[in-house]
Write a protein that binds this ligand. Structure first.
Ligand SMILES: NC(=O)c1ccc[n+]([C@@H]2O[C@H](COP(=O)([O-])OP(=O)(O)OC[C@H]3O[C@@H](n4cnc5c(N)ncnc54)[C@H](O)[C@@H]3O)[C@@H](O)[C@H]2O)c1
Length: 338
């Protein structure tokens, strides 16, 4: 039994679905259903007795304690977070509350549970974090390794960095059996359309401008969400306790190139009729403090656990576009209501 937090969001729902399919292990899914979470992401497992959905807040310690006591999971896999950098700039309080206090609350309750189980060496707390904790790279800098010093630049990145540090301290101080993963930008089905790829698809299909920040030359390292979920399962089973593992797609792309590729895929799959989708591209004022480049060195997880991304950027993006086109009404309709 796994206790997954944030399992109605983008990566969490992909993790719940792929884990049930891959291993069949039962899952308790604790999610607050903020604007970013939606039970429709889990529609395909409605009625599946292996999945128990609980609407609630990770900051609610008595609820977390009760779930641990009742379900006796072997691990917490912690995705729940406020995750959008732009929102962290306009309203950082929620980010500190969920990402820092929420992670602290989970760790405290997990510590009590672990102690009540005789500090069992079989239990795990897996904390899902981001490459953004490392700050930003210049064009020729080497990719981030697990040894890169933390230098978070946005309130979002700072809240995730703080939570990573608390996880680290709980391992160092109490011996809590923790694992941390830091991943690059994910893409794939179920992503809320405030994030770059679904936002562009949404705007393009509506015939609206495609807003690209600044000069469009910010670089991200794109990771297909299914590959990320495989990596998390592997770290959970085989990762060394107290360690962190970088997970990336080895697929650096400038934002503007990515948007142009998306437009070309849409031109083929659903032609506009009046010009190309790329005609809708519009450069807008840059995000304050916008990190220029992220890139992940994944040597450690490759060498220790034998993981590497299976999806190429081209195949992953094609799959993703196909998914959004097939699910356009339901996915985008609920997002507009948020
Ligand atoms: N999406 C990415 O590209 C990316 C990259 C690196 C790291 N991450 C990390 O991966 C994790 C998942 O990201 P995502 O993109 O799926 O996020 P998301 O915003 O799509 O989903 C977050 C989920 O957490 C839930 N949630 C939020 N606050 C909660 C609370 N207080 N209690 C319980 N549930 C709560 C939401 O309802 C939602 O279902 C996050 O920790 C994020 O920092 C994401």
């Amino acid at each position: 039994m796994l206790l997954v937090t944030g399992g109605a969001g983008f990566i969490g729902s992909n993790f719940v679905l792929t884990t049930l399919a891959a291993t069949g292990e039962p899952i308790v899914n604790l999610d607050k259903l903020t604007y970013a979470g939606n039970e429709r992401n889990l529609a395909s497992i409605r009625g599946d007795a292996r999945h128990t959905f609980v609407r609630g807040d990770i900051c609610d310690r008595s609820l977390v304690a009760e779930l641990l006591r009742r379900h006796q999971p072997r691990a917490i896999v912690h995705f729940a977070a406020e995750s959008h950098v732009d929102r962290s700039i306009s309203g950082p309080a929620e980010f500190v509350q969920t990402n820092v206090t929420g992670t602290f609350s989970l760790l405290e309750e997990f510590r009590g549970y672990w102690e009540s189980q005789g500090k069992s060496g079989k239990l795990r707390f897996l904390h899902v974090s981001t490459d953004e904790v490392y700050g930003t790279l210049g064009p020729d800098d080497p990719a981030f390794t697990e040894e890169t010093p933390y230098a978070p630049n946005s309130p979002y990145a700072a809240s995730k960095a703080a939570s990573d540090h608390i996880v680290r301290a709980y391992h160092h101080t109490y011996g809590l059996p923790t694992l941390t993963t830091n991943c690059s930008n994910n893409y794939g089905p179920h992503q809320f359309p405030e994030k770059l790829i679904p936002l562009m698809i949404h705007q393009a299909l509506a015939g609206k401008p495609l807003p690209v920040y600044g000069d469009g030359k910010n670089v991200r390292d794109w990771l297909y969400v299914g590959d990320h979920c495989d990596a998390i399962r592997l770290v959970l089973e085989k990762g060394r306790l107290g360690e962190t593992y970088n997970i990336g797609g080895e697929s650096e792309q400038k934002n503007i190139d990515l948007v142009r590729t998306l437009c070309a895929l849409l031109d083929k799959a659903r032609p506009r009729g009046k010009g190309a989708y790329a005609d809708l591209i519009s450069f807008v004022k840059d995000r304050p403090g916008h990190d220029r480049r992220y890139a992940m060195n994944i040597t450690k997880i490759r060498r220790e656990l034998g993981w590497a991304p299976r999806e190429s950027f081209e195949s992953g993006l094609e799959k993703t576009v196909r998914w959004y086109l097939a699910n356009i009404e339901t996915h985008f309709a609920r997002s507009e209501a948020a």
